[in-house]
Design a protein around this ligand. Structure first.
Ligand SMILES: Nc1ncnc2c1ncn2[C@@H]1O[C@H](COP(=O)(O)OP(=O)(O)O)[C@@H](O)[C@H]1O
Ligand SMILES: [Mg+2]
Length: 275
């Protein structure tokens, strides 16, 4: 337990995202999109990593973003999550919340969760404790955890354990999990915050075939309740989950459509051949 609290303190200091009930007006998605990225440009020393990027994500949709190396995919995620502020353009969460006015922390608390490539679970803690920590985050963690979690929080943990397929592993140390299971646990930790939008960067890198299939099922099951944006290189994987696919190239949208449409698009073929 002492070890647990030590981690909890560290985690607390990291100011983990949590939905802020005082975020302001309820999210207005009455026009469809939950995320509006319009005319966004980002330059690094004169080089345009994003160049007049336009992207609209509908509430509850699962969107795959593909594109060759250097296309701007990570920069796009950095802009949405507030890590990078663009030189030009606008980014709205629903119709009213201007994300460019908010800090990275406020955006995460406001319901936009991001899963980085490398899993960052607490290896010495059990699966259950990791989820518990994600629940308690942003409060005075060590204080909260010294009490019983309330029933609603426990139910949410059980629900998330089922979703991420780790119900039977709840008492295992996270460090003993496979790479794929760690990735699911981290997705689970994000889900504890009940994000409206979930950004996932290369979720299946390093996974076995079976883990990749399970990840596809997981992401598909999250769509609808959450809007999910997946950046991935593994085309077979993308095909297995794809609804609408956006191809980025040189910082802009090259084309959008179904997997078949984009894969047969001569512009896309040319760009990928050039890799
Ligand atoms: N912090 C930075 N400083 C300078 N150049 C950067 C920085 N971040 C990204 N870039 C450049 O911007 C381009 C887009 O990068 P990135 O968004 O990482 O592409 P992707 O994720 O699609 O591979 C690349 O050419 C990259 O070298
Ligand atoms: Mg990248």
């Amino acid at each position: 337990m002492v070890e647990f609290l030590k981690h909890a303190r560290q985690y607390g200091n990291r100011a983990l995202p949590r939905r802020d009930p005082n975020f302001g007006a309820p999210l207005d998605t009455s026009h469809g999109p939950i995320l509006y990225v319009e005319g966004v440009s980002v330059s690094f020393d004169g080089f345009k990593a994003l160049n007049n990027l336009n992207l609209y994500i509908d509430e509850g949709e699962l969107r795959c973003i593909i594109g060759p190396n250097g296309a701007g995919k990570t920069t796009m995620m950095d802009v949405i999550t507030g890590k990078t502020k663009p030189d030009e353009g606008s980014v709205y969460f629903g119709q009213q919340i201007n994300l460019l006015e908010l800090s990275e922390h406020q955006i995460a608390r406001g319901g936009i969760g991001r899963k980085f490539q490398k899993p960052t679970v607490f290896e010495a803690l059990t699966v259950y404790q990791n989820l518990e920590l994600a629940t308690a985050a942003d409060k005075r963690v060590w204080f909260t955890l010294s009490r019983e979690l309330n029933t609603i929080q426990q139910q949410r943990i059980d629900e998330v354990l089922c979703l991420i397929g780790l119900k039977d592993h709840r008492h295992r140390e996270a460090g003993a999990l496979s790479h794929g299971q760690k990735q699911w646990l981290e997705i689970g930790m994000l889900l504890m915050q009940e994000p409206r939008v979930l950004l996932v960067d290369e979720p299946v890198a390093g996974m076995t075939g079976e883990e990749t299939e399970k990840t596809a099922e997981l992401l598909l099951s999250l769509a609808g309740k959450h809007s999910v944006i997946v950046v991935e290189h593994d085309m077979k994987f993308v095909r297995s989950i794809a609804r609408k696919v956006t191809v980025l190239h040189q910082g802009s949208v090259l084309t959008e459509g179904t997997m078949d449409q984009v894969q047969n698009d001569p512009k896309v073929i040319e760009v990928y051949l050039g890799e």
